[in-house]
Each structure stands twice: as structure tokens, then as C-alpha cells.
Design a protein around this ligand. Structure first.
Ligand SMILES: Nc1ncnc2c1ncn2[C@@H]1O[C@H](COP(=O)(O)OP(=O)(O)OP(=O)(O)O)[C@@H](O)[C@H]1O
Ligand SMILES: [Mg+2]
Length: 349
């Protein structure tokens, strides 16, 4: 058994919030705010894959964009371990981590190298007019992390790593299948030598038949390059397959985080139980699937107390008045429910 105190996260998110203004009229007066991410706590440990699940609109992509700093947070901190000497002066003396909002714009290049993102649609991240070899080499030119004379060899190695052939470097993105294009964009992300990979629905746009191959390849490169990975997906079976731990999001918050088998087999939060049991699965007739009752509340005015309380079948009075605590077990695992220690919830074995 690991001693929790010796395990240091590579990413620690504290009380993160991202609010988007809702405006009206020609003067774009702010009339409300969408709380896309709110009161969110999360830890990612070295070399692990952390799956993130939750219904559409719960804030998964917003969280991913905050981590790679495509968005700036409205509140809270995203702290990251970065071993890049160019950023050492920004480290917190106590934790050794860097709050990414403190990284000045001119140093964002170094930051972005270490925390790379893979998007759902590989077309978006590849320039259609650039040969893929050139696109991968461009990253090394910008980052200056590989000597010029070694860049072509590195391109060839990266293409092989992601399951393509070295001679494919001369092709253009449209000459690849969807799955191959996603492999190219992963090779391009790797060219920057990241320590953290944030994959937002990386296989959701692909044919089911190639999803498994791309997922398998991701796991192989993760172990080869010792990456810590955040894997976002609405497909619970993929998440179950790839993740060491899983974080369950609801209305912008992480409501439960735990080891994958515990999340699936013995959830501790009523929303996790409801989410698991709402998914069609083998051996369970369609009429036995439990649809989560009630509508997802608006993230403009979420319910007070526990945000899940209006839909929760275990609700008690305290649930609509008091926000559940946010204490993890020292290993990043938590369940934000007032009754987490009393409930006996069902998983999907
Ligand atoms: N730029 C933006 N401006 C305004 N609202 C936004 C913006 N980006 C996201 N939102 C809102 O924030 C909420 C969370 O969106 P997000 O895309 O993070 O959800 P998601 O969990 O990734 O959903 P999906 O599973 O459908 O991809 C949604 O209500 C969305 O409409
Ligand atoms: Mg999304």
C-alpha cells in the first residue's frame, strides 16, 4: 500500500471556477453568468491516467481548456509540477508547484510544451496545407528541444510510435483516415515532449472499429514517455478501460473521484451511482436501465447546497442548504456527499 503522504501530484487544482458572461442587447450588458466550472478540486499523479466523465455540458472541455491555459480561470488555482529550468523561478517554495495563472504570456511557450492537449477533431489541430512531417517538425523548431540535424529522425520515430510509417511524413492530412489523423495529432503533441497530456474525447469522432486501436496506442505511448494523462470521454466503457482513477463531474464540480474499479463497482456518490446505472450495458434489458430522474439544472443558477440534491433519491434536508465538504483522502480521492459514509450504493459489476 502506498503511503499517501509520499505521493506528490503533478497537477493540483484548487477551487477552480470559470464563469462565462451571458449578455443581452446591443450594449452586451451582462445579465447572468454561466458557471461552466465551479468549486472544482482535482489531483493528477505522475504516470497515471485520470478519466473524466459527466453528462454533456458539465464542464469537461472547459476544465481541459483551463488546464492547458487556453482559458484563464475566473477564480482558483491550477498548480502544476514543471521541471523546465526556464520556469523554476515561478515555483512555490512549499509545494514545488507552479500556479499557471502566474506564468507570464512570454513564458507560455515553455508551459504549453509541457502540457499538451489532444482534441476530439484532429482536423482542427492540423493545417490542411502542411505535410504532416513538416507540422511535427515545426513544433521542434518552435520549442528548440531537438537539434536541427536530428529533427527528421525524430519525426520518423514519433510517427512509428503512434503506429504510422516514417514515409508518411510527406503526406498531407487529407491523405489519412480519421484514425490516422488522430495519430498524427498525437505525434505532434508528443514532439513538444510534454509531461501531461490532456485528451478531450480523443476517439469520440472515430469509427468504433478504430477507437480501440487508437486508445491502445495512447496507452502505449503513455507508458513509453511516462506521461500523466487526463482522458475525457462520455463513453464510460472506454474510460473504464484506460483509467487508473476516474473523476465524475456534475454541473462544473468534481463530485466523486476514486480508483476506477471503486467508481464502477462501489460508487460513493449518488450521482455516480445514477450515472453508472443510466448507461445501457450488456446483459441488462433496456427497460431495466435507470434513467436519472429530473432535468439537469441550469448552470446559470445552480441549486443551493449540493448541486445534485433536486435529483437525488437519498436527499435529506441538509442537502439543499449546505454545500458538501471537499476533503480528499490524501490520495486525491473524494466524494462530495453529506451521507457518503452511510449510503450503500450499487455499482455495475
Ligand atoms: N465560450 C463560452 N461561452 C459561454 N458559455 C460557454 C463557453 N464555453 C462553454 N460554455 C458553457 O459552459 C458549459 C460547459 O461546457 P463544456 O463544453 O465545458 O461542457 P462539456 O462537459 O465538455 O460538454 P460535452 O460533453 O457536450 O462536450 C456549457 O453550459 C456551455 O454552454
Ligand atoms: Mg466537451
Amino acid at each position: 500500500m502506498k503511503d499517501p503522504t509520499t505521493r506528490k501530484p503533478v497537477l493540483q487544482i484548487d477551487n477552480l471556477g470559470k464563469y462565462f458572461p451571458v449578455t443581452r442587447g446591443i450594449f452586451r450588458r451582462e445579465v447572468a453568468r454561466v458557471q461552466a466550472v465551479d468549486n472544482l478540486f482535482l489531483k493528477l499523479y505522475p504516470g497515471e491516467t485520470l478519466g473524466i466523465v459527466g453528462e454533456s455540458g458539465c464542464g469537461k472541455s472547459t476544465l481541459a481548456r483551463l488546464i492547458v491555459r487556453l482559458l484563464d480561470p475566473s477564480r482558483g488555482k491550477v498548480n502544476i509540477e514543471l521541471d523546465d529550468p526556464r520556469l523554476h523561478h515561478l515555483r512555490d517554495n512549499r509545494t514545488g508547484l507552479i500556479d499557471i495563472t502566474k506564468i507570464p504570456r512570454k513564458s507560455l511557450l515553455e508551459y504549453r510544451a509541457k502540457v499538451q492537449m489532444v482534441f476530439q477533431d484532429p482536423y482542427m489541430s492540423l493545417n490542411p496545407r502542411m505535410r504532416v512531417g513538416t507540422a511535427i517538425r515545426e513544433v521542434m523548431e518552435v520549442q528548440k528541444n531537438v537539434e536541427p540535424s536530428k529533427r527528421n529522425a525524430r519525426v520518423a520515430e514519433l510517427l512509428t510510435d503512434v503506429g504510422l510509417r516514417a514515409d508518411m511524413a510527406d503526406r498531407y492530412p487529407h491523405e489519412f483516415s480519421g484514425g490516422q489523423r488522430q495519430r498524427v495529432s498525437i505525434a505532434r503533441a508528443l514532439a513538444a515532449e510534454p509531461s501531461i497530456l490532456v485528451a478531450d474525447e480523443p476517439v469520440s469522432a472515430l469509427d468504433v472499429s478504430v477507437q480501440a486501436q487508437v486508445v491502445q496506442m495512447l496507452l502505449e505511448i503513455q507508458s513509453k514517455y511516462r506521461l500523466s494523462m487526463i482522458f475525457i470521454s462520455h463513453d464510460l466503457s472506454v474510460v473504464k478501460y484506460v483509467s487508473d482513477r476516474v473523476a465524475v463531474m456534475y454541473l462544473g464540480e468534481v463530485v466523486e473521484c476514486g480508483k476506477t474499479d471503486e467508481i464502477f463497482n462501489s460508487p460513493r456518490h449518488p450521482y455516480t451511482e445514477a450515472l453508472m446505472r443510466s448507461v445501457p450495458r450488456l446483459g441488462v434489458a433496456a427497460n431495466e436501465i435507470d434513467v436519472i430522474s429530473g432535468e439537469i439544472p441550469s448552470n446559470i443558477s445552480p441549486p443551493p447546497g449540493c448541486k445534485f440534491n433536486p435529483r437525488c433519491k437519498y436527499r435529506q434536508n441538509i442537502c439543499s442548504t449546505k454545500v458538501p465538504h471537499n476533503v480528499d483522502d490524501g490520495d486525491g480521492n473524494l466524494s462530495r456527499c453529506h451521507f457518503t459514509n452511510e449510503l450503500k450504493l450499487d455499482g455495475i459489476l
